[in-house]
Ligand binder design. Structure first.
Ligand code: NAP
Ligand code: MG
Length: 449
């Protein structure tokens, strides 16, 4: 059986790869299990060196990987280059971790007490199609650094760069069985990883809906789980802000809105609304939507026909469309960036994660209402606050129930800082110095003296 991989900008098959099922998933788990004892025993400095080699090998192929990702995920080549650069950075960052997995010594009576951060064993990593290789790297790098072996299941729609990662890992000297990739359906291969008794942990990025089934499935074998799920983040714009900067459309239309951190609820203070909307319209209408491989492209197509249909359902005939940008005609899953206003926070488009290029603009009056609206959602992943009043910015940053928030910026993710959600946006954190905790268990050793 093969998996036909579609290029979303052309709707053509760009590759056919073997389609994994239960048997291949079990074989990958068995290979990872067999490789674990030797991998955990590799001296910390040697494990560091191997991860640094892997970072270098990825860097050497960065342009090819970026082009492959741009074509398969339909994202602008400039974005894809940035993502592959982050993949390299992520492996470099965690390459330093094996020698820094420090335990504690704890004063006790009658002996010496010490803690160790032990690897978990085989970990199952399940990733989405929107940022395929970069999200894989956030999981693979700390998992391997901590001494685990891994089975990575990429999304069926975008398996190509993960398959390349497996090859590059072997070429860079990772022992056989340490990093295994199974490209197959989530309902088959993903589900099998969640149920498999030899998998100690699942790290998942994807929808809140699938996240719920993973948490329930993992409970059967008390697997550790990290869940990075959906979002409906607020972009809170006060009237005293730099409104031109606050209206940067990449906040919601980056990756064609298929971004868990998309600031898709834009809350604007009444006194700044007219100026904000004029600026936002000018900027949205100038977004260059087109061929992902063209250097000037700022937004590509959506990932699939099904995704486009689902997204378009949030702006049906009669929806309050304030303005739209442009989109190419012809083959490709194109959808023009669309701004809905005025919208109430309880409208379907404002309540549900759209995961496409449709933004809602919602008016507020004052700090208290802004915080109330920002928090009136099941999600809590990301967000931004725009104001020139520093104290107000910090009060708001503390008041908004979210795992990640930026002041006068739309950035959400950095290799060296923690990333993850509050509420139904997930559990656990990725990236930053704390990620290793999620790939280890603490062992306490008492030595009677
Ligand atoms: P998805 O449908 O939840 O799929 C995510 C992954 O889970 C895919 O690899 C999928 O495989 C697999 N899967 C599906 N059903 C499964 C099951 N029953 N058991 C185990 N695995 C299963 O999400 P998506 O549509 O790919 O991505 C969009 C979602 O991801 C959005 O909700 C977005 O917010 C979220 N996301 C979150 C973050 C974050 O860091 N918080 C980052 C990016 C995206 P197949 O695709 O092969 O079916
Ligand atoms: Mg899906």
């Amino acid at each position: 059986m093969t998996l036909a991989v579609i290029e979303p900008a052309t709707e053509r098959v760009m590759a056919e790869v073997p389609r994994a099922g239960i048997e291949e998933t079990d074989a990958a788990v068995a290979a990872a299990k067999a490789a674990f004892p030797a991998w955990r025993a590799v001296a910390p400095g040697d494990r560091s060196a191997l991860l640094r080699h892997l970072a270098e090998a990825l860097e050497a192929e960065a342009e090819d990987l970026a082009r492959l990702e741009a074509r398969n995920a339909g994202k602008p080549i400039s974005d894809a280059r940035g993502e592959i650069a982050m993949v390299v950075e992520c492996f470099r960052y965690y390459a330093a971790a094996p020698e820094r997995l420090l335990g504690q010594t704890i004063p006790v009576t009658g002996g010496v007490d010490m803690t160790f951060h032990e690897p978990l064993g085989v970990v199952g990593l399940i990733t989405p199609w929107n940022f395929p290789l970069v999200i894989a790297s956030w999981k693979v790098a700390p998992a391997l650094a901590a001494g685990n072996t891994v089975v990575l299941k990429p999304a069926e729609l975008t398996p190509l760069t993960s398959i390349e990662l497996e090859r590059i890992g072997l070429d860079a000297g990772l022992p056989e069985g340490v990093l295994n990739v199974v490209a197959g359906p989530g309902s088959v291969c993903g589900k099998r990883l969640v149920e498999h008794p030899d998998v100690a942990k699942i790290a998942f990025t994807g929808s809140t809906e699938v996240g719920r089934t993973i948490a329930a499935g993992a409970a059967q074998t008390i697997k550790r789980v990290t869940l990075e799920l959906g979002g409906k983040s607020a972009n809170v714009v006060f009237a005293d802000a730099d409104l031109a900067a606050a209206a940067a459309p990449s906040a919601v239309f980056g990756n064609a809105g298929q971004d868990c951190c998309a600031r898709s609820r834009i809350l604007v203070e009444r006194a700044g609304m007219d100026e904000f909307m004029a600026e936002f319209e000018r900027q949205v209408k100038s977004i260059r939507v087109g061929d992902p491989l063209a250097e000037e492209t700022e937004m590509g197509p959506l990932i699939s026909a099904a995704q486009r249909t689902a997204v378009a359902s949030y702006a049906p005939d009669g929806a309050p469309v304030a303005f739209r940008g442009e989109a190419p005609e012809g083959p490709g899953f194109w959808l023009a960036p669309t701004v809905l206003a005025p919208v109430s926070n309880s409208d379907r488009a404002a309540a549900e994660e759209i995961f496409g290029p449709i933004a809602c603009v919602i008016e507020f009056e004052g700090e208290e209402e802004a915080a109330r609206l920002a928090n009136d959602t099941i999600y809590g992943l990301s967000g931004s606050i725009w104001t020139r009043d520093g104290a107000k910015a910090l009060r708001m940053a503390r008041a908004v129930e979210t795992g990640v928030i930026s002041i006068n910026s739309n950035s959400s993710v950095r290799v060296s800082t923690p990333f993850g959600g509050f509420k139904q946006s997930g559990v656990g954190r990725e990236l930053g110095p704390g990620a290793l905790e999620h790939y280890t268990d603490v062992k306490n050793v008492y030595y009677a003296t």
